[in-house]
Design a protein. Structure first.
Length: 301
């Protein structure tokens, strides 16, 4: 058994404790992987189990679970947000609405990117635009190597913003880091998106999940007490972050520690959207995904 525990997580306010010198769990020193952006840890985790513990996009986890990858989902939401505003067009481009996207081309980093999962679900649920009615112009392959993309997915070189700027797509889906770092005022396509986001949240009883924490199954089964201690440390970081904000925005409201109605609703909605879009092909329930963690950790909200 190694004396260190390899952990790949982004540096958020609620995960900062993991970078403190000497931080350890169960007598094992935590060694943080140097991965930036964090999504670059996802393929190594699901393809080769490179880390003991890893932050993971929920869409990638769903595909990994379907492929039989031996990792377990912990009931810890590390990031999330509403995503009506994530569907954008280039400044000065032709004004379009969500229904105008049918038959068109929309850029997204990968078809299995989680933000894209949420945006496609919104387009279908609120505007009647099905994922199969759009050509999804992607710049990266799936993290899960065995996943076969639908036929209306196309790969091109460059970055998503490049695709949008050169007019190879009429719209683009951008995750929070890319959206935050974009130069210039990208134009949201969904009208009144702030109100639409809160309406979606009220209807579904949750804020969309982007990333959760996963652990190798062999570690959880062999050393549940180590994983339990790590789980509680991350849970405490999340609860401290939430308590520090008197008027939290959706990114803070999305954070979850423990099994709750909001977490289950977020997971189940992601599953439903993923099935609808052929991101996964076999039904599964949120309870099934959380069962291993509950059995080994004995934890509920």
């Amino acid at each position: 058994m190694s004396s260190t525990l390899s952990v790949a997580v982004k540096s958020y306010p609620h995960t900062a404790f993991a970078a403190e010198p000497g931080f350890s769990v169960g007598g094992r020193r935590v060694e943080l992987a140097a991965v930036d952006p964090i999504y670059q840890a996802f393929a190594p985790m699901v393809r080769e189990l490179r880390y003991d513990v890893s932050e993971m996009a929920i869409a990638t986890f769903l595909q990994a679970h379907e492929a039989g990858v031996p990792i377990v989902l912990l009931p810890l939401v590390l990031s999330g947000d509403f995503h009506h505003h994530s569907l954008t067009r280039w400044p000065g481009s032709a004004e379009i609405g969500p229904t105008d996207l049918a038959g068109g081309r929309v850029a997204v980093r990968a078809y299995s990117q989680t933000t894209g999962l949420w945006v496609r679900g919104i387009l279908h649920e609120e505007f009647g635009v099905d994922a199969k009615d759009i050509t999804w112009v992607t710049t990266e392959e799936p993290h899960v190597a065995s996943y076969v993309e639908p036929p209306n997915v196309e790969r091109v070189p460059g970055k998503v913003l490049d695709v949008l700027e050169r007019g190879d797509a009429v719209a683009a889906v951008l995750g929070p880091p890319a959206l935050d770092g974009a130069q210039g005022p990208l134009v949201p396509i969904i009208p009144n998106w702030r109100e639409a986001e809160e309406s979606w949240g009220a209807r579904h009883g949750t804020v969309p999940i982007n990333h959760m924490l996963t652990v190798r199954r062999d570690l959880l089964e062999a050393e549940p007490e180590v994983v339990r201690e790590l789980y509680r440390a991350f849970g405490a970081g999340i609860e401290e972050r939430k308590a520090a904000d008197a008027a939290p925005g959706p990114r803070v409201r999305a954070l979850r520690s423990g099994v709750s109605d909001e977490l289950t609703a977020g997971l189940q909605t992601a599953i439903d959207y993923a099935l609808q879009q052929n991101v996964i092909r076999k039904p599964v329930t949120a309870s099934e995904l959380l069962r291993d963690a509950e059995q080994h950790l004995g934890e509920r909200a």
